[in-house]
Design a protein around this ligand. Structure first.
Ligand SMILES: [Zn+2]
Ligand SMILES: [Zn+2]
Length: 458
């Protein structure tokens, strides 16, 4: 349990939204600032204890928000010019200091925000980064009154920013990915929704790139009117291809990056939210979703499923492993049973897993018996569509790897990795080669050296 020190307050966390930056932190796109950090920087909580210092007027029981920016020096040239978001001494929630994916967290009182009434905790949480950063990105575009704004990508941040721009009289053109985002964009009042490389219905005074895709910088610039500004909202962007001066920049078009936000941005945005009802569209997951439910299926002829189940239990204690041994399946397949019979056995195996999990389907299913080609097909037929199925070569090469690499406990500290022996019923050479593709470089966890493969059985 963290303690509030100095000018901090202690919060009981009520809601914490997931931001793409949390993924960049977890996946190593951003340098490790604090090994095993608890991510989460869109935190809504209740003050439960004040530190010994200045609590900035907060009292026990107040509902407050915590955002990405957590500390600035207050003395450097950037801080003194009102650009504290550029402070070289700045610290960030969920990167430098433990964040909000926890029951309790602390925040310096000067960096906590009062929150508007009329919104639930889970509506407020995504406003604290997606909302604030999008707001700063919009300010960075210098969009003129009644101007035409292009928005590339239409996720959490974009759908909030679009509402601010619309409320200020802008015409908004959205380049979403996927039909649902498109529907939402139009329902909120956007003038058009089209592909990111399509010619725009009208030239734009400004655009914001929310997708972390450098390739999109070119069409976004080409779609700007004279004097237009493109703001890039993300903390991470893939490389930008080379620009053509005439097509992309001449006529005083500009590219601007967006770096975090100042506290003034955050307060302005929250004041806007207090005055204008903002629709926050969030899929909500119970907190346990953050810890996967994994079902492992096996037959009595393979012990691989036991190995996987054991490894996952040992390494990822927060993951729920539901194991089901489909004891008759292997024998039935070898005996040449009709598909209907196999179907029934698989269905019974899955029913058993669902029963163990209180009816909740697993997020992933690992099949420990896929050397029978029919098996995967049968499981796919009966598992809910949302359950991702991983067969053995895949679990070796992708999911366990992937899962463990994402798990903060195993990130950034290759020395801490125990040697992991994975058993495979496939060709160990092949499994090993596939794993290398996903293992990444040493900076991402050094899995290549930590993995070895042994063939199971003869
Ligand atoms: Zn964020
Ligand atoms: Zn500073």
């Amino acid at each position: 349990m963290p303690r509030p020190r100095g000018h901090e307050v202690l919060l009981q966390v009520h809601a914490c939204a997931v931001c793409r930056t949390d993924l960049h932190v977890s996946e190593g796109d951003l340098a490790v600032h604090r090994p095993r950090v608890v991510p989460g920087h869109e935190v809504v909580g209740e003050v439960v204890e004040l530190g010994p210092g200045d609590s900035n007027g907060f009292a026990v029981g107040d509902r407050v928000g915590v955002a990405w920016l957590r500390h600035t020096c207050g003395q450097c040239r950037y801080c003194l010019r009102g650009r504290e978001n550029l402070c070289p001494q700045s610290l960030y929630t969920g990167w430098d200091v433990d964040g909000g994916y926890a029951e309790f967290t602390t925040v310096p009182a000067a960096f906590a925000y009062r929150l508007p009434a009329g919104y639930t905790d889970s509506e407020l949480a995504p406003l604290l980064c997606a909302g604030i950063i999008g707001y700063r990105a919009l300010l960075r575009t210098d969009l003129p009154a009644g101007g035409r704004l292009g928005i590339y990508g239409f996720g959490g941040s974009a759908h909030l920013t679009a509402q601010v721009a619309l409320a200020r009289g802008a015409r908004v053109h959205v380049m979403p990915r996927g039909a649902r985002a498109r529907e939402l964009a139009l329902a909120l009042g956007s003038s058009s929704a089209q592909g990111s490389r399509d010619m725009p219905p009208e030239p734009r005074d400004a655009a914001i790139l929310f997708a972390p895709v450098g390739d999109l910088v070119l069409p976004a610039l080409a779609a700007l009117d004279r004097g237009g500004v493109l703001a890039i909202a993300g903390i991470h962007l893939t490389d930008i291809p080379s620009l053509n001066y005439q097509r992309h920049l001449f006529q005083e078009r500009e590219i601007r990056s967006v770096t975090a936000n100042t506290r003034a941005d955050a307060r302005d945005f929250l004041a806007f939210v207090a005055e204008h009802r903002v629709e926050v569209t969030t899929p909500q997951y119970p907190q346990k979703f953050l810890t996967d439910r994994i079902a492992v299926f096996g037959t009595t002829r393979t012990v691989a499923s036991n190995v996987y189940a054991e490894e996952i239990r040992k390494r990822c204690p927060k993951v729920t492993v539901i194991q089901q041994v489909c004891s008759e399946l292997a024998g039935a397949i070898e005996a040449g049973a009709a598909e209907a019979e196999l179907d029934r056995l698989v269905e019974a195996g899955i029913a058993g897993v669902l029963r163990q999990a209180g009816g909740e389907p697993p997020h992933r299913a690992i099949l420990g018996c896929t050397h029978f080609p029919l098996v995967e097909h049968l499981f796919r037929r009966h598992l809910p569509p949302a359950t991702r199925i991983l067969s053995q070569p895949e679990i070796v090469a992708d999911s366990l790897e992937d899962y463990l690499a994402r798990h903060p406990r195993y990130r950034g500290d290759p020395a801490s990795l125990p040697r992991l022996v994975l058993l495979t019923t496939g060709d160990p050479e092949e499994a090993s080669a596939r794993a290398r593709v996903f293992a990444g470089d040493a900076a991402r966890g050094g899995w290549r050296d930590a993995l070895s493969f042994e063939r199971l059985g003869a």
